[in-house]
Design a protein around this ligand. Structure first.
Ligand code: DGJ
Length: 330
């Protein structure tokens, strides 16, 4: 049994650090990637056969990862060596002191590319000091839980790019969504066939609405939903969604999703499941610990649809989860 907002433990009994994360199914396993800000780590990976018991596969991206440029001109730095003094007038959390030379890599998402056989990760990159780089970064691996090679960060078509997600459509076309223009607009980019570059900017959504934490799902009837939060730092706020008939079709305006704090969470990703009793879509949110980032936890809630076919979630505390029976509220 799991309790929303309480720590999840891996099979070694350690808390799962996979914040701002994403799940991928490949070769009989589920892989859960996310932020791990301990030590010199950036991205963690866990795997599970059933979505219930999670084995740590270690850190797939760290300050020591191999780097290699790709054809896009990128900044390959995984550390910020510029001398930096923390402000003396306020307490600095321990984990930030340890992170002194780290850059900031947030919201890692991974897709498998059928054509190249590569696992491709897109991440939000900052220099570790502030949020002014507003860049996207890429890493790849030949295996889902191998060491990823870092290919550097860049600004897609020169645009700012902060909170982000990846989405693979039914035909294999992939999209990268990221908050641009200081978070005012949400951009949707179609990716190149190898998923290593942006091919076209297909939308500038909800200009001036300051949406972040995007998460996408495609319902089996072909409706697409993008969930997102407003921008309030680590504090939760009212979630919203928009609907469309395709990633490159017109999106609706924003409608409320969850309560005024999205049950104290911010979208991480949507988990689609083929269960014994049909399709389920699960909203996975981060419940951030704020200043105590390391205590951040997760929220898993069933997405249901009203009589107009629009999605909603309701609070539920305890649940069981496996990939055959799906999420069962207790
Ligand atoms: C909210 C974002 O969604 C997080 O990923 C992170 O960037 C925090 N803001 C930082 O304040």
């Amino acid at each position: 049994m799991f309790t929303n907002g309480k720590p999840w433990l891996d099979t070694d009994g350690n808390p799962i650090h996979a914040h701002g994360g994403h799940m991928l199914r490949h070769g009989g396993y589920w892989y859960w990637y996310g932020e791990d800000r301990r030590e010199n780590y950036y991205v963690s990976c866990y795997r599970s056969r059933d979505l219930s018991s999670w084995e740590s596969r270690g850190i797939v991206l760290s300050t020591d990862s191999e780097t290699a440029p790709i054809r896009v001109r990128t900044d390959l730095s995984l550390k910020n060596e510029t001398p930096f003094e923390f402000p003396k007038d306020r307490p600095i959390p321990e984990f930030l002191k340890k992170a002194k030379n780290k850059v900031n890599l947030e919201r890692p998402k991974v897709l498998y590319n059928e054509k190249t056989g590569k696992f491709v990760m897109w991440i939000h990159y900052e220099n570790g000091r502030d949020y002014h780089c507003a860049a996207a970064a890429i890493a790849t691996s030949d295996t889902p839980d191998g060491k990823f090679t870092y290919h550097g960060s860049f600004n897609p078509f020169g645009y700012m790019s902060r909170d982000c997600t990846l989405f693979k459509d039914a035909d294999g076309t992939a999209y990268f969504l990221s908050a641009s223009r200081d978070n005012a607009d949400m951009h949707v980019y179609r990716l190149t066939e190898d998923y290593l570059n942006v091919d076209a900017l297909v939308h500038k959504l909800w200009q001036g609405e300051y949406r972040e934490a995007p998460a996408v799902m495609r319902r089996e009837d072909g409706k697409y939903f993008v969930f997102s939060s407003y921008c309030t730092g680590w504090a939760p706020n009212q979630g919203k969604y928009a609907v469309s008939d395709g990633m490159e079709s017109r999106f609706s305006m924003l409608s409320d999703f969850g309560d005024e704090t999205t049950y104290r969470s911010q979208p991480a990703f949507i988990l689609p499941l083929d269960t014994e009793t049909g399709k389920q879509y699960i909203y996975v949110g981060d419940r951030w610990g704020g200043r105590d980032y390391m205590s951040s936890s997760y929220i898993f809630l069933r997405i249901r649809f009203d009589d107009r076919g629009m999605p909603f979630i309701e609070w539920n505390e305890n649940f069981e989860l496996d990939d055959k029976k799906g999420l069962r509220e207790i």
